[in-house]
Design a protein around this ligand. Sequence first.
Ligand SMILES: [Mn+2]
Length: 242
Amino acid sequence: MYQHRGPLDRFAAIADVHGNRWALEEVLADIDRRGIHRIVNLGDNLFGPLDPNGAAALLMKLDLPGVAGNQDCDLLEPDAMQQITPEQRKWLAGLPPRLQIDDVLLFHGTPRSDTEYLLETISREGVLLADTRDIQDRLGTGALPTLLLCGHTHIPRVVSFRDRLIVNPGSVGLQAYSEDVPFPHVMETGSPHARYAVLERSKDGWNVEQIQLRYDWDEAALDASANGRQDWAFRVSTGRVR
Ligand SMILES: [Mn+2]
């Protein structure tokens, strides 16, 4: 069973659940099957037309150590289109922007922003792996722990940076999206599998296992369709925007 305490020597990282309760259930079951007892959560938990209440019930019960995503913060705005309960509001409002546990730093976008991309650079030509200088600028000048975990872009990545490791576990619940700023671009994994990562400390550094997991994405897509969101249905069931 899940435990909060103890060293982060072997643990799972999840991010960007986006209300996909079907994917979250399967990821949690897979983590349990692997005998992993610690999980951290990188935010964007409930935003979207899938089953935010079902996802909230699971996540609030687990009460994982984790950080807020930009779209967790959006749901706290008074004019938010998507309604949440007072209990969900309290839970989301209590999530910090950054969290360090042992020598592992968690944040959603970059340490300074929940909307900035860390490992990708967007240009008119499209999405590229960020160069080392840009990553340095976005990380700032503070001392860095050995492992940095981010989410937000929904693209699983493992990037080495000056003896450190930066990992984006990918998104549990939404494998494709489009965005207009700073330039129109799409993020796509290319398959509907739920993504997460397992991190394990070795004497020389961190090992990373990136996981692509089947789950009942047809059921999740049906739910999106029933909620009038054909765009989400397509993205959830294909891992592509169009
Ligand atoms: Mn985000």
